[in-house]
Design a protein around this ligand. Structure first.
Ligand SMILES: *[C@@H]1O[C@H](CO)[C@@H](O)[C@H](O)[C@H]1NC(C)=O
Ligand SMILES: *[C@@H]1O[C@H](CO)[C@@H](O)[C@H](O)[C@H]1NC(C)=O
Ligand SMILES: *[C@@H]1O[C@H](CO)[C@@H](O)[C@H](O)[C@H]1NC(C)=O
Ligand SMILES: *[C@@H]1O[C@H](CO)[C@@H](O)[C@H](O)[C@H]1NC(C)=O
Ligand SMILES: *[C@@H]1O[C@H](CO)[C@@H](O)[C@H](O)[C@H]1NC(C)=O
Ligand SMILES: *[C@@H]1O[C@H](CO)[C@@H](O)[C@H](O)[C@H]1NC(C)=O
Ligand SMILES: *[C@@H]1O[C@H](CO)[C@@H](O)[C@H](O)[C@H]1NC(C)=O
Length: 794
């Protein structure tokens, strides 16, 4: 690389670095405050910036400053001098209407007030009761292939009714049938086939129909059996049937079907084919979307050939609204098709119907148990508003687990309660032109399959209260002069400009604004805000502390901080009171320092910490605690007034009977000398900054050298005396025993080889040699003490 190229690269690199630093600093220096944007000029715009933003509509607030200054957090506005009653700041609220009560779902009615960007949470409790009345509606596909099942239903129906009586306190059944939309291409429209679709097979069938409601829900099983017996099959051309059309009618025609409001509603759909979806209707030239209403004429669905099949979403909504659990009992072949459907329809159970519906009874009982043990809520927001709101659910199941983002618990037993913590947030206010702006939005929390729901009224706090009194002061344009009549003379104008000068002859609006109609409109500055009647105030030309002009505790007037009460110093950063320097013991800086500008300055370098309360070296030597021990001893082990001991040594003193064990680690074992050769043991805890002392109540003394010498001499004297006496006794005994010793004893024979019998000065050793046995010569020592001359030889 040539040097030229290197230089070039270096330059580029430097520029890149420079730009990066610039970018970083520009993002870093921008204050973390959404509310202060210079683009804001009205109260509504301000409130929409975020839930923490508020608007000050005080007339004299920051005279002359741009109106964007009126938008800030409440704390900042108050700091800038706005009084509380002039702050527009709608609150997020949750109000529960407790007048409506229910044993299953609580609460039933909630009102929340939201601002753009804010959210509110509330908890809904849902409890399944023990035994419900149950309404079961058989919705049976009567296309030709279902003949077997229809036959079987005649007997199974009664058996099922018996089994369900165990689980329900009042069981009722109803019946309806469906085939398909009776129009081409779904059915053969040849005149003879319309009347009898099975004419080719010499079988008498009934005409195809979208949905016929046959038997309203009843407890008369005789009636049910009679009706089933009358059912005949029908026929159509294509494979899918019009099941969804029929389901929707069965759900919404509450009165005709006879659904009881207090009962659990089971809609049992029996079919061996998939269902048509909404757009399939186009094949028959049907383009009117389903309106989701009941269209029974007599007992027949009248709009079958006029309206499209319902969408799955529409069907789900209607099933939920009418608290209907659906049970699909379908042929094995179609099981897969319905499996995908179950997740889309709330409160749905899918079961395989064995040939001839042999398992129908068990299937329904199993479905009922499963559906009731699932407790789930669906939350509905009005469609037109849905993109301005978001909803989040956290579920607390009876088994103790908390599920976030899921609104369903399984395996819930009767009488157990499930808690749903629901958070609703509003992202933005409705468009002004949009109708219904500012009105309530309804949100429903519908527990699946329950006859009760929660209504949430969401109030949108998008307007400003100051607007009503036309006092928001958010007009970004300077008002025209109050008396703009041309008759105003030039001298009045002079007067007007005079009112823009702080001092007579001083600069107009402090040279930082323009004088309009006798009022200063201050310049905008990239450095900060200029305001004040004469534009003499700002928030940047004074000393900074903590990154804020005048430490946020004062106003900057003509470059000098005017501190709020309680603050002092050039940049208003020093509190007047010494409260911040008080340590726990009520002393200023723990008695080891002075309070300077709200902070402790410690007297000696030994002490440290924000309250001069730390002194690692103060307590490291045993001797440092002697005065404290002394104090406690003189007070009689805490029985006296320990308060009298110096405060710095009172804390954490404990008395113990004895200190024998060496406590290692952070404890030091110490002695406190007390009188001659006596001491107290104590232990010093080194772990904390303050001394921690265990003082032994037991005084220990050592004997002095003098005592020791006396003791030693007495000891030696005693020993010597004892020895002398012993020797005397021994001598006496020996002299008595002499005759015995003269005779050789057996004992002495044993000791024959004992070398300890070294001759002593006053002994004479005679060795005998007795040849008693030739092979064992025996040697024998006899000690004969030399007789004193005075003794008479016996
Ligand atoms: C509570 O609900 C009842 C019934 O809907 C209604 O009459 C009443 O005004 C509501 N109370 C409140 C405080 O909203
Ligand atoms: C049940 O229905 C049958 C005929 O369908 C009728 O004769 C009988 O009276 C009904 N029973 C009751 C209790 O209504
Ligand atoms: C809902 O069902 C329960 C239990 O069967 C019943 O007590 C309550 O009255 C019903 N509520 C309504 C509004 O029908
Ligand atoms: C819902 O809550 C979960 C868990 O608290 C969170 O991760 C998720 O972002 C939230 N969704 C919304 C839209 O706030
Ligand atoms: C509790 O129930 C929920 C759903 O009902 C399930 O996901 C979770 O695993 C269960 N937790 C325990 C500890 O059984
Ligand atoms: C509900 O959820 C919100 C947001 O996740 C949380 O702040 C609040 O504490 C929760 N309330 C309860 C009672 O758990
Ligand atoms: C108590 O403290 C004072 C001053 O702080 C000192 O003069 C005195 O000697 C101390 N007394 C004891 C027993 O430590």
């Amino acid at each position: 690389m040539t040097s030229w190229l290197r230089k070039y690269c270096n330059t580029i690199l430097r520029y890149v670095l420079f730009i990066t630093v610039l970018l970083l600093s520009s993002t870093g220096s921008s204050p973390d405050n959404r509310c202060t944007s210079s683009l804001i000029s009205t109260c509504e715009e301000c409130l929409s910036l975020g839930p923490e933003c508020a608007w000050c509509f005080q007339e004299t607030f920051l005279d002359g400053a741009h109106s964007s200054q009126r938008c800030d957090s409440v704390a900042n506005l108050m700091k800038k001098g706005c009084e509380v009653e002039f702050i527009d700041n709608p609150k997020v609220r949750v109000d529960v209407n407790a007048t409506l009560s229910s044993s299953q779902v609580a609460p039933r009615d909630i009102t929340i007030s939201l601002r753009p960007g804010s959210q509110a949470s509330f908890v809904v409790e849902v409890q399944q009761l023990e035994r419900y009345p149950v309404d079961l509606y058989y919705l049976v596909d009567v296309s030709a292939s279902m003949q077997d099942i229809l036959d079987r239903l005649k007997t199974v129906g009664v058996a099922l009714s018996h089994s369900m009586k165990e689980h329900s306190r009042d069981f009722r059944v109803g019946f309806g049938s469906f085939v398909d939309k009776p129009t081409s291409p779904y059915i053969d429209v040849h005149p003879s086939k319309i009347v009898n679709p099975c004419s080719d097979y010499d079988v008498q069938c009934r005409p195809a129909h979208g949905f016929i409601h046959v038997l309203p829900v009843t407890e008369n099983m005789t009636e049910f059996t009679r009706v089933i017996q009358q059912q005949r099959i029908s026929g159509n051309m294509d494979t899918p049937e019009g099941g969804f059309d029929a389901m929707l009618q069965a759900a919404v025609c509450q009165k005709d079907i006879g659904w009881r409001p207090e009962a659990k509603h089971l809609l049992l759909v029996m079919t061996d084919q998939p269902s048509h979806l909404s757009l399939d209707s186009k094949l028959a030239g049907i383009v009117v979307p389903h309106d989701g209403s009941c269209h029974l004429e007599g007992s027949t669905y009248s709009q079958s050939t006029n309206m499209e099949h319902p969408t799955i979403g529409q069907l789900a909504e209607k099933l939920l609204e009418n608290s209907i659990y659906s049970i699909f009992a379908v042929d094995q072949v179609q099981y897969k098709w319905y499996e995908d459907l179950v997740d889309l329809l709330p409160g749905t159970f899918l079961g395989k119907l064995l040939p001839k519906a042999s398992n129908l009874k068990d299937l329904v009982v199993q479905a009922y148990k499963k559906l009731l043990s699932d407790v789930e809520v669906e939350i509905g927001v009005e469609n037109s508003q849905i993109n301005r709101f978001w909803v989040n659910v956290t579920t607390l199941c009876p088994n103790g687990s908390t599920l976030t983002g899921t609104a369903k618990c399984s395996d819930v037993q009767p009488k157990q309660t499930v808690f749903f913590n629901i958070t609703i947030g509003m992202t933005e206010c409705p468009n002004r032109v949009e109708e219904g702006a500012g009105e309530e939005v309804l949100v429903t929390v519908q527990p699946v399959g329950f006859n009760e729901s929660v209504t949430v009224h969401v109030r949108q706090a998008c307007g400003c209260a100051c607007r009503e009194s036309k006092r928001c002061h958010d007009d970004p344009n300077p008002p025209p002069c109050a008396d703009s009549a041309e008759s105003q003379a030039a001298d009045t104008e002079l007067d007007l400009t005079d009112s823009c000068r702080e001092n007579r002859g001083g600069p107009l609006c402090s040279d930082r604004g323009t004088c309009t109609c006798g009022k200063c409109l201050c310049d905008r500055s990239s450095l900060g805000t200029i305001y004040g009647k004469f534009c003499e105030r700002d928030d940047f030309s004074c000393p900074y502390a903590g990154g804020v002009s005048c430490a946020g505790h004062g106003q900057c007037v003509s470059g000098v901080c005017l501190c709020q009460p309680g603050w002092t110093g050039e940049s208003c950063m020093c509190p007047v009171s010494t409260e911040t320097c008080l340590s726990g013991d009520g002393l200023i800086c723990s008695g080891h320092g002075k309070c300077v500008c709200g902070r402790c300055v410690c007297d000696s370098p030994q002490h440290s910490g924000s309250l001069c309360d730390k002194c690692p070296t103060c307590f490291s030597s045993c001797q440092s605690q002697w005065s404290c021990i002394d104090c406690h001893l003189s007070n009689g082990f805490g029985q006296g007034n320990t308060e009298q001991c110096n405060r710095s040594c009172t804390p954490l003193v404990g008395y113990v009977d004895d200190i024998t064990e060496l406590m290692g680690g952070t404890w030091r074992n110490c002695l406190y000398p007390s009188g001659d050769h006596c001491h107290y043991r104590f232990q010093m805890g080194l772990a904390s900054d303050r001394p921690q002392l265990h003082i032994s109540r037991h005084r220990e003394c050592l004997y002095s050298q003098q005592y020791f010498m006396t003791f030693l001499s007495v000891f030696i004297l005693t020993v010597v005396l004892g020895l002398v006496i012993l020797a005397g006794i021994r001598t006496l005994l020996r002299s008595r025993r002499w005759p015995q010793l003269a005779k050789p004893s057996e004992k002495s024979e044993d000791n024959s080889k004992d070398l300890s019998y070294a001759p002593r000065s006053n002994e004479k050793t005679i060795t005998y040699r007795r040849d008693r046995l030739p092979e064992h010569p025996v040697e024998m020592h006899v000690h004969i003490p030399k007789m004193p001359l005075s003794e008479v030889w016996q």
